[in-house]
Write a protein that binds this ligand. Structure first.
Ligand code: DHB
Length: 308
């Protein structure tokens, strides 16, 4: 990979700033491996829970003109099996891995985090923002500053891995939430998780398309919301940000970096451009940098002119 794409994230060198985010292809070592081979600089697992979960009944994904709606229901093999997949991936690849975990309480997050201390992961991401399990577990934890703060504080006390907080866009007070995450000891922020949830209707059937009725909203329609929340987060804290939400092209990725992101997640984009999207966006970033006279992405990070 080209040196102009090299990025350092919390002391680890990455060949590209592009990241496979949680929930997309991260259920198995082969999914992680193909994303790494196709140009992702870092990969994230599906969120693992203490016990395996089968997830929601289908249909779990629906497309419309603005993006995609999904309600997977946190299907995953559970932390024990999940960490075996991470081990298998790391046997054949040097690409760093973020292990994502989902708990329903502080105690569950701490238990999961303890388990990841004996794993091949490089970073630990706390999924505080799944939009799809409100009926089982209530409002996403990241809507509450107190819950964000307490979970991060207690996980940080025991975690060997640097901790990334994955946050929801569904809040009016992102500055307070990210500041609470920083004060509690988070090492980085990842945002945005899917928006909503939302709903799509099948007119012929006269009912919601998704079996679960509601699902998290992703894709091009959420990009402006992602940019605004990344920008506000960057202004409020001094933590590195993994920015994501509707990135399909090199232009989108550069806008994320200009808003304040250090790394850029591409998830739903895979649905639009295939898994080659990582290599394509890497090439597009390089072309844009060269056209605009920058010798590396470090040069466009945190452009002061955007802060005025
Ligand atoms: C799940 C779906 C999402 O859109 C998301 O952001 C997180 C989790 C899920 O249902 O598994």
């Amino acid at each position: 990979m080209h040196t102009a794409l090299q990025t350092n994230f919390l002391g680890i060198d990455l060949a590209s700033p592009l990241v496979l985010p949680a929930g997309i292809m991260g259920l198995s070592y082969s999914g992680l491996a193909v994303a790494a081979r196709k140009g992702a600089g870092m990969v994230t697992t599906k969120s693992f829970t203490l016990q395996p979960r089968t997830g929601h009944k289908g249909p779990v994904v629906a497309e419309w003109s603005g993006g995609i709606l999904n309600s997977m229901g946190l299907c995953n093999p559970g932390i024990e099996e999940g960490l075996k997949e991470v081990h298998a991936f790391r046997e054949g690849a040097t690409t760093p891995v973020i292990i994502s975990i989902f708990g329903t309480s502080r105690e569950e997050f701490v238990k999961l985090a303890r388990r990841t201390n004996r794993s091949d992961g490089n970073f630990l991401e706390l999924n505080l923002s799944c939009p799809n399990v409100a009926d089982e577990f209530g409002t996403p934890l990241s809507a509450s500053q107190e819950k964000v703060s307490s979970i991060i504080y207690h996980v940080k006390k025991i975690s060997r891995l640097p901790v990334i907080a994955k946050l929801s866009p569904n809040v009016y007070h992102i500055r307070e939430i990210v500041s609470a995450a920083e004060a509690a000891g988070a090492d980085a922020i990842s945002l945005i998780n899917t928006l909503g949830p939302g709903m799509l209707i099948d007119r012929k059937m006269g009912k919601p398309i998704l079996h679960n009725r509601f699902g998290g909203v992703s894709g091009p329609c959420i990009k402006p919301i992602a940019l605004k929340l990344i920008y506000e987060t960057y202004s409020a804290v001094s933590l590195p940000i993994i920015g994501m939400g509707g990135v399909l092209t090199g232009e989108d990725a550069i806008e994320m970096i200009m808003a304040g992101a250090t790394l850029i997640g591409i998830g739903t984009g895979i649905y639009y451009r295939g898994i080659d999207i990582f290599n394509l966006v890497n090439e597009e970033i390089l072309r844009l940098l060269s056209d605009e006279g920058y010798d590396g992405i470090a040069r466009i990070q945190r452009l002061e002119k955007l802060r005025e």
